[in-house]
Design a protein around this ligand. Structure first.
Ligand SMILES: C[S@@+](CC[C@H](N)C(=O)[O-])C[C@H]1O[C@@H](n2cnc3c(N)ncnc32)[C@H](O)[C@@H]1O
Length: 222
């Protein structure tokens, strides 16, 4: 890691991903609109998925999606466990503090989520969160991430992804890549609250794949 702005060995200069979270404090921001939809989809998933469940969030930031939902649903904290992978130490610390307050069994792993090695011991998960990744990596990396996400999944797991409508609009490609990787689409919410934000929900119907550590998946370019 190059600095506390979230640089990775492959991509030393990234946006300030601590300040990036400020948009969540403005309910009228498009990122807040996206977050509300992501949280609604997570809550819906919890409603239809009984028993103990494991969650994995890649590039989790401060964990607003899953932790925000659990804050509203404290009764689910005893049945949810899992891990957040985040490269920025300040974001990781903010997530840890929130998790401590909630008293939920979720680990925060400070690592480069762009390689399969980071997921060792953390998967398979029943819910895989890929929020805020696909707008920051190349199309080839997105396609690889979609296929590799099978390695993060338990049987019938759900994968949630986001990608805005900015050009090139890769939404149709991403949906096709998930289908090719053995997923069925549960939802694809577009133009959320009039913004160009999109939230997809996919369920694995093919077989999960065992994790193959040591494989590169993606590199953030901003
Ligand atoms: C756009 S934000 C999304 C945060 C969160 N998933 C959300 O939707 O609120 C992207 C996050 O990915 C983190 N990140 C960037 N590159 C990463 C990498 N290689 N491994 C792990 N985290 C990374 C950044 O520090 C940032 O917190």
């Amino acid at each position: 890691m190059s600095d506390d702005q979230g640089g990775t060995p492959q991509s030393p200069r990234l946006r300030d991903y601590v300040a990036w979270h400020d948009a969540y404090e403005d309910p009228s921001s498009s990122l807040s609109a996206r977050l509300r939809q992501v949280q609604a989809q997570i809550a819906a998933w919890l409603e239809r998925t009984p028993g103990s469940v494991r969650v994995l969030s890649s590039c989790a930031g401060q964990g607003h999606d899953i932790l925000g939902v659990l804050e509203e649903r404290p009764y689910d904290c005893t049945r949810v466990s899992g891990a957040l992978i985040e490269v920025n130490p300040r974001n990781a610390m903010a997530a840890r503090e929130w998790i401590h307050k909630l008293g939920v069994d979720i680990d925060v792993v400070e690592a480069d989520a762009g390689t399969t090695s980071a997921y060792a011991g953390l998967v398979p998960a029943d819910l895989v969160l890929l929020s805020g990744i696909m707008g920051n990596i190349s199309p080839a990396d997105i396609e690889r991430l979609v296929h590799v996400s099978r390695q993060f999944c338990s049987r019938n797991a759900t994968v949630l992804w986001t990608r805005g409508a900015q050009e090139p609009d890769l939404g149709p490609d991403i949906r096709r890549w998930f289908a090719e990787a053995g997923f069925d689409e549960i939802a694809c919410d577009e133009w959320i609250e009039g913004t160009g934000m999109r939230v997809g929900v996919e369920q694995l119907t093919g077989d999960p794949e065992p994790l193959r550590p040591g494989e590169p998946i993606f590199t953030f370019y901003r």
